[in-house]
Design a protein around this ligand. Structure first.
Ligand code: GLN
Length: 475
């Protein structure tokens, strides 16, 4: 009934009283139960969704009702929900149930949006494939033998396989844009500070940002508009930021300058990715935009800077999971020290432990100046270089990932190659900019490819406008 419908279509049906919220939620819940054995997008499915939806059936609908009223949404399992566990896909938090809702969750609940479940992810959002989850990997709905991308693997896969019309993820270095590209859905990482992080379990808090997945840009704009805005509980949240959904629809690219970001086309990009992304650029040109070449050489240092800062912050953020105050406690220990050691050794997976060790090393005295301070200097250079680039163009365009989704279980023995997958996404987080991945075609094996558009700080409405123009023109 709703298979080919996006959230905006279903919303109209609800508002015109053609369908009830409980029918919509019933459909998606059934679809989730059908796809879960293959896809494994969820860690927890809501047990009382239908009850909550039936309550909404009784509520009056007026012009003041949110456009998302009555729709179900899937939530990445690092965003706190008081009625369901929030595990970060880790054994460490397998039994953790937050005592409060994240601000984005309270905002959605106030608007009559219902959480259908909590989605699978790389453990503590560390990864780019969805395979580091304690709860087994998520599979790409386009080819079950492949990864869906990560770390917001389940949030992308659920929208791609139609078991939720909308979802939320988090993006620290690409974790929304990467799986959106691999699963053929739209993924937006808003400007840092546009969406409250209160209740988001931190990986690297100076980069972490909650953002959205949807089938279309219009749905993305509606969902983003519903969650942005100032929150007293997050000092980094912006004061007067909004999304103008009408302006997104009315946007025109005529006369705008699109910067083709040179450094992102150099790093071992597959031919099919290069072709499709350049075809997307040419679509903008055919709509009256001008393409200009832009180079930001400091992007070549951004992976080193990102990992030095992200892992330092992670080692600090994850120190609270000690088996005493928070998290899994080992069954066997002799004293306080072995309680800490055993709980953390057994509770964290390999990737998380590796990152904590590197982060601790970077922050240790003597190394701090050598690595951390240098990384912050590189970050400042990159920020200035982005600002200079935006003097030459209105928006930047690049691939999202150098390759399409790889087979599950493929072991990249060289961690450097693994990290290279992030080369086009992490500069955006270092600079705090908004960026979106929009589907732009398929490779020769029918795997989706995304094009990344990067905007100036707080230009999220215009960024969505560009994406909407492209989506309209390419469909
Ligand atoms: N792949 C990157 C990392 O592992 C990004 C992850 C993310 O955005 N959460 O750090």
């Amino acid at each position: 009934m709703f298979e080919n419908k996006n959230a905006a279509d279903i919303s109209i049906m609800i508002r015109q009283k053609e369908v009830k919220p409980s029918e919509v939620c019933g459909y998606f819940l059934a679809r989730a139960k059908e796809t879960e054995p293959d896809v494994n997008a969820f860690i927890t499915l809501s047990s009382d969704l239908m009850e909550r939806a039936e309550k909404l059936d009784q509520e009056p609908i007026s012009s003041a009702t949110s456009p998302l009223f009555g729709l179900p949404i899937a939530i990445k399992d690092n965003i706190s929900t008081s009625d369901m566990p929030t595990t970060c896909a880790s054994k460490m938090l397998a039994n953790y149930r937050p005592p409060y809702d994240a601000t984005v969750i309270s905002r959605l609940r106030e608007q009559g949006v219902l959480v259908i479940g909590k989605t699978n992810m790389d453990e503590f959002a560390m990864g780019a494939s969805g395979e580091t989850s304690f709860f087994q990997p998520t599979h790409n709905p386009h080819d079950l033998s492949r990864v869906p991308g990560g770390s917001s693997s389940g949030s992308a896969a659920t929208v791609a396989c139609g078991s939720a019309p909308l979802s939320l993820g988090s993006d620290t270095g690409g974790s929304i844009r990467n799986p959106a590209s691999s699963c053929g859905v739209v993924g937006l990482k808003p400007t840092y500070g546009a969406v409250s992080r209160y209740g988001l379990l931190a990986y690297a808090n100076s980069f972490d940002q909650i953002g959205t997945f949807a089938k279309t840009v219009t749905d993305t704009a509606l969902l983003t508009a519903a969650i942005v805005g100032h929150d007293q509980k997050d000092a980094t949240s912006s004061r007067d930021f909004t999304i103008d959904t009408a302006a997104v629809e009315a946007f025109s690219v005529k006369g705008k300058k699109i910067g083709i970001l040179k450094e992102c086309f150099a790093a071992g990009i597959a031919n099919c990715v290069d072709d499709r992304v350049m075809a997307a650029a040419n679509t903008f040109a055919s709509m009256g935009a001008k393409l200009v070449d832009v180079s930001i050489p400091s992007i070549n240092d951004s992976l080193s800077a990102y990992y030095a800062i992200a892992l330092s912050e992670a080692s600090s953020n994850l120190s609270k999971y000690d088996g005493l105050r928070f998290g899994y406690r080992a069954a066997h220990f002799d004293d306080l020290e072995s309680l800490y050691i055993n709980s953390r050794s057994e509770g964290f997976g390999e990737e998380v432990k590796r990152r904590i060790i590197i982060g601790t090393y970077i922050l240790s005295s003597g190394n701090y100046d050598k690595y951390y301070r240098k990384a912050r200097i590189l970050q400042a250079t990159l920020q200035n270089d982005f600002a200079a680039a935006f003097m030459k163009c209105d928006i930047l365009l690049s691939p999202v990932t150098p390759q399409t989704a790889r087979p599950l279980g493929y072991k990249e023995t060289n961690p450097d190659t693994l990290f290279l997958g992030d080369v086009c996404t992490v500069p955006v987080n270092l600079a705090g900019l908004p960026a979106i991945s929009v589907p732009c075609g398929l490779d020769h094996e029918n795997m989706p490819i995304g094009v990344q558009l990067i905007g100036r700080k707080f230009s999220d409405t215009e960024l969505l406008g560009y994406a909407r123009v492209f989506e309209r023109e390419s469909n």
